[in-house]
Design a protein around this ligand. Structure first.
Ligand code: URA
Length: 229
């Protein structure tokens, strides 16, 4: 975005006054004085006007091993939230890229980069999400075929994209889906007469939950993981 437009958008200044503020040397970008109002600025560069920060400089991409019992939300009066597992200085900045239900565990990604997280979660992108599932009843004989055919969800008025079910045991499966509809895995198992008792996300796209992370622990994504989305 152009620097003068950025100043205008993030302050009370008019477009004309924003241009003047830049030309008058009141604005720094990445701690350097920039006086050209037409300069292009990046989404994650620090911008200051009269020494006041208008935009912070760093993009954060975090992988959390979500423990059971934590809500994928920023705050809640009743239950602990995954944000409480983050350093307090970062809680305000981050949002969740693809929620998990309170009882679900595994890979949860948090970031302050909205464009990036949209690529991770938009159903149109068809990014595979891999879950390990335990069920209350033996998995039906035709489950693989039914998951591959898709299920019509009347609430959303859509049919789920073909999903893969790999049987790991009588009541255990690995399921790959390509969107993230509300309670999608639980609703799919309900359609084949079953109930999910444990749900653990192992992978989103090429990003796999780091097995060195115990529940509640997190780490920054590597450059390759960020670039893979
Ligand atoms: N599908 C569900 O039903 N729950 C989750 O947490 C994730 C996918």
């Amino acid at each position: 975005m152009r620097l003068d437009k950025f100043i205008c958008k993030h302050t009370d200044l008019s477009h004309r006054d924003s241009r003047w503020a830049v030309a008058a040397g009141r604005v720094t970008v990445a701690d350097s004085l920039i006086t050209d109002p037409r300069a292009e600025i990046d989404r994650f560069v620090r911008v200051k006007l009269d020494g006041r920060v208008l935009q912070e400089c760093q993009a954060h991409y975090i992988m959390l091993h979500k423990p059971a019992g934590y809500l994928s939300a920023t705050s809640d009066p009743e239950h602990p939230t995954v944000m409480e597992l983050m350093p307090s200085s970062m809680r305000e900045l981050l949002h969740i890229g693809g929620r998990l239900d309170r009882a679900s565990t595994g890979l949860l990604i948090l970031t302050n980069d909205g464009l990036w997280s949209r690529r991770l979660t938009e159903p149109g992108k068809k990014l595979p999400k891999v879950y390990r599932v335990s069920t209350a009843e033996p998995i039906a004989a035709d489950a693989e075929q039914r998951f591959a055919e898709g299920f019509y969800f009347a609430t959303e008025g859509l049919t789920t994209t073909p999903a893969q079910l790999e049987r790991l045991g009588e009541t255990e499966a690995r399921v790959t889906i390509y969107e993230g509809r509300y309670h999608q895995i639980k609703r799919m198992f309900a359609r084949v007469g079953n109930r999910v008792v444990e749900l653990h996300r192992e992978k989103m796209g090429l990003i796999e939950l780091d097995l060195a992370l115990t529940p509640g622990e997190f780490r920054a994504l590597t450059e390759a993981e960020v670039a893979s989305v």
